[in-house]
Design a protein around this ligand. Sequence first.
Ligand code: ADP
Ligand code: GLC
Length: 513
Amino acid sequence: MDILFCSSEAYPLIKTGGLADVSGSLPKALLQLEHDIRLVLPAYPAAIQQAEGLKEVSRLTLSGCDDPVRILRSQLPDSAVPLYLVDAPSLFNRLGNPYVQADGSDWPDNAQRFALFARACVALALGQADPAWRPQVVHCNDWQTGLVPVLLSQEAQRPATLFSIHNLSYQGLFPAATMKALELPDTLWSIDGLEFYNMLSFIKGGIANADWVTTVSPTYATEICEEEFGYGLEGLLQYRSDRLTGILNGIDADIWNPAADRWIARRYDVHTLQNKLFNKFTLQRDHDLPISSQPMLLGYVGRLVSQKGVDLVLDIIDTLLEQPVQLVMLGSGDPALEEQLQAAARRYPKQLSVTVGYDEQAAHRIEAGADALLMPSRYEPCGLNQMYSQLYGTVPIVRRTGGLADTVVDFNEQTLGDHSATGFCFDEDSPEALLATCLGALNLFRNDRVDWWKLVIAGMHRDFSWTSSAARYSELYKQVIQHPGEESRTTSLDRPTGTSRASSAQQTGQRLH
Ligand code: ADP
Ligand code: GLC
């Protein structure tokens, strides 16, 4: 099949989180299944710099950009995946994070930027940007590509569309007046269209108009149909549930493999686990912690935001560090959380190291050197770090939600007995539950090392490759190409009765964009 994969980030060109890992690895896996899959991304400076042999395929005049937009062609580095870059310098030639400015606030013209990107994707989808190629299906990802299925739904002859939700709380919400600024037809402004509590919602457009909707784990697919995780879109998602599928992300074993990892101090596999201890010592040395096998070394890698339960870690830090525990944290995000963690690190220089920033190599070294990985997320559409950690023999401690519930097998008598246990899970969103689970893990680590190693080894034997998930996407592509469904499938069910979900989410400090 001919597939256009639209994303706002892809590893190694540009990455802020798991979406980049998926966009950099799923197309590779689909290519192996012999599809003609091509990736399209905005031409950020980092992407232009890394993409080799860029060639101009066309120049387009698109609404929302005064200058002609160049469509450039190259390949995703270290792969044979064809890559298109949408070059609109006034919108994308900006250094740093693709979505936010240096002070952490959104780029003020994000609606214009990603509407323009969507229009370029639509031109590719209709064979207008690269006359030599016209896809049968367009796979969109997250709110930044939400307008693609909307704009395509206005076309008589269009490819099938699939929209993947990687995180429902990032919605691409903009003031109502943006509709006009983006020159979107008035007919789309309704509760059955792009309107969401008097805001323009990009993600709603994708969910309502795509021929099929997927999300990145089976459990999250169920959760987002409920009020707690639906962020006001649960009604629409319930309505679309016959065409909503949860497909677990896979991971790229060329990049995340302790036996071949170019960034870790010593490579290892299940037969050479003594090398993992060397990586632990290296990690302690790198972070100025006392070098010893005795303490349980916990790792954390990820965005420092409330989604990830970082505040729960802060709540338990004083009690946890009364124990023989060290914690190495790497991440960036909410400035208040960054500040509180750094203050805690100053209080416990021998046990807690906090690095605020983004460092790919350090992330690998934490996965390799830690004994256990903390991931107490409030919600987690899929989560990749807990999969990486299992393959690295680093036992995950997670909240049982979304993809964490689908990928970590909780330690108990039965799962230990049948050798399926790979980690520790807790249910309640509370510091007490997290602390009790960490202490349970510590008890096993200190007093029952044989059972601990069983968890380590079971995790290292898990198969988190893309093989089966890429095959499931393939089946869905085939299905939507054969049965694309009606042109427009919107509903008025997105307004749950009772309190407004959008405003209650804002009141409780949850992040909606
Ligand atoms: P999310 O996409 O919600 O941020 P995931 O677990 O799916 O969470 O993916 C996060 C990805 O980003 C992982 O590959 C992780 O290693 C990486 N990552 C997150 N924060 C950092 C950081 N500060 N430095 C390096 N890598 C990071
Ligand atoms: C999102 C989610 C994360 C998921 C990633 C890739 O950023 O927060 O859980 O793993 O997308 O799908």
